[in-house]
Write a protein that binds this ligand. Structure first.
Ligand code: EPU
Length: 454
């Protein structure tokens, strides 16, 4: 098989197609590193559009969402230099210009980030265009909060056959009051990226306060913005006339770190995740311990391991920060198939995030999915016929199977299941995982997994 040299300095088999053969039933062990967060880095790259001088972002991972935003920025005239091995990206927006609708459409297919270009482009160019958005199929994923937010700043938003065209009013966008009906991460970022240069004050209530949003606020403050965050999910932004570039190191990817932790637990392994950052992961770590996993927090990362003995079932509800992240749910469910008794997982962020369990059932897991809010307080999906609660009965031995990756996090959970299962699995559609997991194949090999592209 053809070999390539990866940025990790180890050899990775080149992908000849999109199917991974996994010989499972072996613990993962060893050390891997995580870099900057997928759900922060592309947004900080978009923020560079607002600067009148160049920006530098460090700890940038090599993932497809970063490539998409890099190409989108280049299409808008931004000069982007990405040192992939060092993970350093330099962004110079001096020659910012409008891109054609066809170009934007061709580039943005697999990502949801393009919608965040709207505010900065309305400030810099007076107009913006967003095509049909991509991203994982884990629910309807509407953009109504985003469009309403932009309208409130005074933008003219017109839906056309090929996408949505936006225009800033004569005299520019104006600060406003926005009350989000749900603490949406994207709509909070939309508000921040637009309000920082709108005239006057913007007050946002019901804001999301995820660590990735706090780091975006750090970036905007470095650029010259004035933003204060209150204890009750209210964010107040005083618009300023001019923002400059920033120099920043991205916070680490807490979803990737937790995914490898869940993989260590499900395979009865021992994985040190260099770069994992305890303060952003404390809710995950509490749950990991309750299930029976063990971890040691070190200066430069976290060691996740199975300490031996049985795993314990739990009742879990996903929620916005500081709750248990929806993105941690799918990888952890695989470990729950090995816990003794009945575990209950109530998904309250996305209405359709249990599609991945059918493959786990095929591999021997006992998981039932319900439309009711099982195990905890009713959520906004109750009585709306969405299969958003799961009951997992364990432990059930898993056996290899031929399965297909449904979405990014569901795909990683399939990979974990294949690694934990006895026998051989073929995991199709594996490329989806490179949207959010840097060098995942090299990392698997480093953790002694028996995997190869076929
Ligand atoms: N929502 C609306 N209308 C909107 C926007 C959101 O109804 O206009 C709803 C969504 O349908 C969902 C809920 O609000 O039910 C929360 O969505 P949110 O806007 O918070 O999600 P997002 O910004 O689209 C980001 C991450 C997701 C992560 C969520 C929640 C990025 C690129 N994506 O999505 O990450 O699950 O926040 O933390 O930052 C992933 O990494 O695999 C992933 C899906």
């Amino acid at each position: 098989m053809q070999q390539t040299e990866s940025a990790l300095g180890i050899h990775t088999p080149a992908a000849s197609n999109n199917v991974l053969r996994v010989e499972g039933g072996r613990p993962l062990y060893g050390t891997i590193s995580v870099r900057g967060a997928k759900n922060f880095v592309p947004k900080a790259m978009v923020a560079a559009l607002l600067g009148h001088t160049p920006s530098q972002l460090r700890n940038v991972p090599l993932i497809r969402d970063v490539d998409v935003v890099k190409e989108m920025l280049e299409a808008h005239g931004v000069d982007v230099i990405f040192d992939e091995d060092e993970g350093v990206i330099n962004l110079d927006p001096s020659n910012i210009d409008a891109a054609s609708a066809t170009e934007i459409d061709a580039l943005s297919g697999s990502s949801r980030i393009p919608i965040l270009f709207c505010g900065p482009l309305l400030h810099r160019l007076g107009e913006a265009f967003i095509p049909e958005l991509g991203g994982c199929v884990i629910g309807d994923r509407p953009i109504d909060f985003h469009l309403e937010t932009l309208r409130r700043f005074g933008a003219d938003v017109v839906k056309e056959a090929d996408g949505i065209r936006l225009r800033a009013p004569e005299g520019g966008l104006v600060g406003t009051r926005i009350d989000l009906p749900y603490p949406s991460v994207g709509a909070t970022e939309q508000t921040l990226l637009t309000a920082v240069q709108a005239q006057g004050i913007t007050t946002l209530t019901g804001a999301a306060i995820e660590p990735e949003i706090m780091d975006l606020i750090n970036v905007l403050q470095k650029m010259g913005a004035i933003i204060s965050v209150d204890t009750d999910r209210t964010i107040r932004i005083e618009g300023v006339d001019r923002l400059d570039g920033y120099s920043h190191t991205a916070l680490p990817d807490r979803i990737e770190a937790a995914s490898w932790g869940a993989a260590a637990l499900a395979t009865r392994g021992d994985v040190f995740v260099r770069g994992a950052h305890q303060p952003d992961m404390s809710t995950f770590l509490n749950t990991f311990r309750k299930v029976g996993g063990a971890f040691d927090v070190e200066e430069d990362g976290i060691r996740f391991y199975h300490p031996g003995g049985p795993l314990r079932s739990i009742v879990l509800e996903t929620n916005v920060h500081p709750g248990f992240m929806t993105d941690w749910q799918q990888p952890l469910v695989v470990a729950l198939t090995q816990a003794e008794g009945l575990s209950i997982v109530h998904e309250t962020v996305y209405e359709n995030r249990f599609g991945f369990v059918s493959a786990l059932r095929q591999m021997g897991a006992n998981i039932q999915v319900y439309t009711e809010c099982v195990g905890s307080a009713p959520c906004r999906f109750g009585a709306r016929n969405f299969s958003h609660s799961a009951v997992i009965s364990g432990p059930t031995p898993l056996h290899g199977a031929d399965i297909t990756v449904p979405d990014l996090r569901g795909g990683f959970s399939h990979l974990i299941a294949a690694l934990a299962a006895d026998g051989v699995s073929h995991v199709s559609g594996i490329d989806v995982i490179s949207r959010g997991y840097e060098h995942f194949m090299a990392k698997l090999l480093k953790l002694h997994a028996r995997v190869e592209y076929v």
